[in-house]
Design a binder for this molecule. Structure first.
Ligand code: IVH
Length: 674
């Protein structure tokens, strides 16, 4: 039966109306009708489309969640690389940036800069062909991302169809997908109520939502997007200024940030930054700085770019965020090597939209340095994903009943003595393998990504296995039966089989991984690698003397003593023998291949890194061919600035040396397949 003409026209009119209201609401933030009136239009369209399915088109506003779940994402090669930005941390860095820009352009005159909040979300690329959204992709490593088209289609602020007519035939738009703070709070409340895992911050929640294989799940998360630049453009001209390009994007229905502006010269940049810092707490999305871009495209072209960052833009980062709260208690955690870490239990406090109730106190020296007592009012700081920390104490607010923080005499997990050798900062549980907390941590370490990489063996599962007395050491993992696994709470047959398979797979490893997995004190990934290269054979390493160990690069007397003591312990010997008996093996060690990507470069690490140790970062950079130096000089190629980076960072900035943060380091390491 043919569809009555009248209805065809009504469907078309409804779509046009809905698209227009979407545009008014999302792009212009000027809705003309109530939510209820919008819902009525939408429901009418759904009704007509379900009556006459032949009327459904791909870009109908009802078709945001059309696709079936995927089994995996396919890869997308970016036509133009998706760059990252150089960072400025202080006004002085901004002035240096501006000086570099003017000197390259050989001008004394003030430069016009476009200024935009730096959205803390996930970078994506959208491709419109003849005005139709045909692809959405993640940034990935900047060169290759993942095809997340079906998920992007669920983001209501992303138009499925551009407005107007004068858009290029092929237009790549780039921007940041994010989760509004209010949505984040709601999602976490729901997750907590359902006993599910909560997200640490809105950025993780946005990234996790975009990587759902089932678009219906992404749709539920109500993500948003701000567009901030274009990529490849064909079949059309764009204006000659960045700010005007953003205006064009807005006209075509794409959402850009309403707070963007254009200023003259660096003083106004700093003014813009200060104003944005003040406005930051009121925004319903997280921003971690302000991005400044030379506004004129011809000047951008003249300035060009470095390998991964343009010379015409910079991100002026905000300082880490702080909150004030009460210290309710201090608990002591036991690490893999028995190290006892005091953890602050706080009166929950919101810092930039994230509730913090725990913070690290590092060690007892730090507690002393802060002059901290239970009941004190403290300042906590959160920087990105790093574990929050207590940075200062308001001693004037100390209550009369404040209590001293004392290092316990016995381990909270096993009751063994806690010892703190003279002159050492770290107190340790002396229980060794007797201590279940240490055993759990060492098994977690054994299974971790850089060690044996046992997929599916998460923290919770290790805890369950140790608590149920099914395993005592890492070697026992390989003796686990399917029945034992299935007997565990929340463990299905499929997961049990997957874990057994992962365990089997992990048996084929490398010598450096195996040495690292043993969890010897002071032996990080890079030392493990050096030991493997030097000895080539596990037996030779096991039997080596302290003197022989000191011939290995980076192994001094203290580390040599720890390694020697480890292999001398009968319990450790037994575990290693048992591991070898289960069939763990590796190909013989050949001399390492010379990395080439960073050959000839000298890198410097400064500050604390959150997700990997200095040793690991160093070893991984070395594998890519870089030299890693301890101090910054004119020859330094790049400085990696972790948390609380100090004088090295300042020096790098004053020399105009490239500085990257931890996230960028990791994305680079991952990109080069390390
Ligand atoms: S411009 C060359 N503008 O920050 C231009 N980036 O470290 C590259 N970001 O990966 C990006 N807000 O994900 C630009 N207004 C903004 C931004 C922004 C957030 C992110 C983006 C990029 C990272 C750079």
């Amino acid at each position: 039966m043919a569809v009555p003409k009248k209805l065809v026209r009504e469907v078309e009119a409804l779509r046009e109306d809905i698209d227009r209201h979407n545009y008014l609401y999302h792009s212009l933030d000027q809705p003309e009708i109530s939510d209820a009136a919008y819902d009525r239009l939408f429901r009418r369209l759904i009704k007509l489309e379900s009556q006459y399915p032949e009327l459904v088109t791909e870009d109908s506003p009802t078709q945001r969640v059309g696709a079936a779940p995927l089994s995996e994402f396919s890869e997308v090669e970016h036509a133009l690389p998706m760059l990252s930005l150089d960072n400025a941390f202080a006004d002085e860095d901004m002035r240096d940036f501006d000086r570099r820009v003017r000197s390259r352009l050989d001008t004394e005159a003030d430069i016009e800069y476009a200024c935009e909040p730096k959205i803390d979300g996930v970078a994506v690329s959208l491709i419109y062909e003849n005005g139709r959204l045909v692809q959405g992709a993640t940034r990935g490593d900047g060169t290759t991302g993942e095809d997340i088209t079906q998920n992007i289609r669920t983001v209501e602020s992303v138009p499925l169809k551009l407005r107007g007519k004068d858009y290029p035939t092929r237009l790549e738009v780039r921007g940041e997908v994010y989760l509004a703070r209010s949505m984040f709070v709601r999602i976490n409340e729901d997750a907590a109520a359902a006993g599910e895992k909560v997200f640490a911050n809105p950025r993780n929640a946005a990234a996790g939502s975009l990587r759902q294989l089932d678009p219906r799940l992404t749709a539920k998360r109500k993500l948003s997007m701000f567009c901030y630049s274009v990529g490849l453009v064909e079949g059309g001209e764009l204006p000659e200024r960045h700010s005007e390009i953003l205006a064009s994007l807005r006209e075509w229905g794409l959402r850009t940030n309403p707070l963007v502006g254009v200023v003259m010269g660096v003083d106004e940049c700093i003014g813009f930054y200060d104003a944005m810092l003040e406005q930051r707490p009121e925004l319903d999305y997280e921003i971690d700085g302000v991005v400044f871009k030379v506004d004129r495209i011809n000047l951008q072209r003249e300035l060009g770019m470095l390998t991964r960052t343009p010379r015409w833009a910079i991100a002026h980062k905000f300082p880490a965020e702080e909150g004030i709260t009460l210290l309710r208690d201090v608990q002591f955690q036991v690490g893999r090597t028995g190290a006892i870490t005091p953890v602050a239990k706080l009166e929950p406090v919101k810092v930039a939209g994230v509730t913090i109730s725990n913070a690290t106190l590092h060690n007892m020296d730090e507690v002393k340095r802060l002059g901290l007592m239970i009941g004190d009012t403290v300042v906590v700081q959160r920087a990105g994903d790093v574990i929050p920390k207590v940075i200062s104490v308001d001693h004037d607010k100390r209550p009369g009943d404040a209590r001293k923080i004392a290092l316990p005499k016995a381990c909270p997990a096993c009751g063994s003595d806690i010892v703190k050798p003279e002159g050492e900062v770290i107190a340790r549980c002396s229980g060794g393998l007797v201590c279940s907390a240490q055993r759990k941590e060492s098994i977690r370490h054994f299974a971790s990504r850089l060690a044996l990489d046992i997929e599916g063996l998460g923290d919770k599962l290790v805890e369950q296995l140790v608590d149920a007395d099914l395993i005592h050491t890492a070697a026992d993992l390989f003796e686990l039966s399917r029945d034992q696994l299935v007997s565990l709470e929340r463990m299905g047959q499929k997961s049990a089989d997957n874990l057994l398979e992962a365990l089997e797979k992990s048996k084929q490893t490398t010598l450096p991984r195996f040495i690292y997995a043993l969890g010897i004190q002071e032996v990080g990934e890079s030392t493990a690698r050096n030991l493997a290269t030097h000895f080539r054979d596990l037996d030779d390493l096991r039997q080596s003397s302290e003197e022989a160990l000191q011939e290995v690069p980076d192994v001094g007397p203290i580390v040599a003593e720890k390694i020697h003591a480890f292999f001398a312990q009968p319990e450790n010997e037994a575990v290693i023998d048992q591991l070898l008996e289960t069939g763990i093996s590796w190909a013989s060690e050949s001399p390492p291949e010379q990395g080439s990507v960073l050959a000839g470069e000298t890198w410097v690490l400064t500050g604390t890194l959150a997700s990997l140790t200095r040793d690991e970062a160093k070893a991984r950079l070395q594998r890519l061919g870089a030299k890693v130096a301890g101090s910054v000089s004119k020859k330094t190629s790049c400085v990696v600035a972790g948390d609380v980076a100090g004088s090295k960072l300042t020096r790098a900035q004053s020399l105009g040396i490239r500085v990257i943060d931890e996230a960028e380091l990791i994305s680079m390491l991952e990109r080069y397949g390390d």
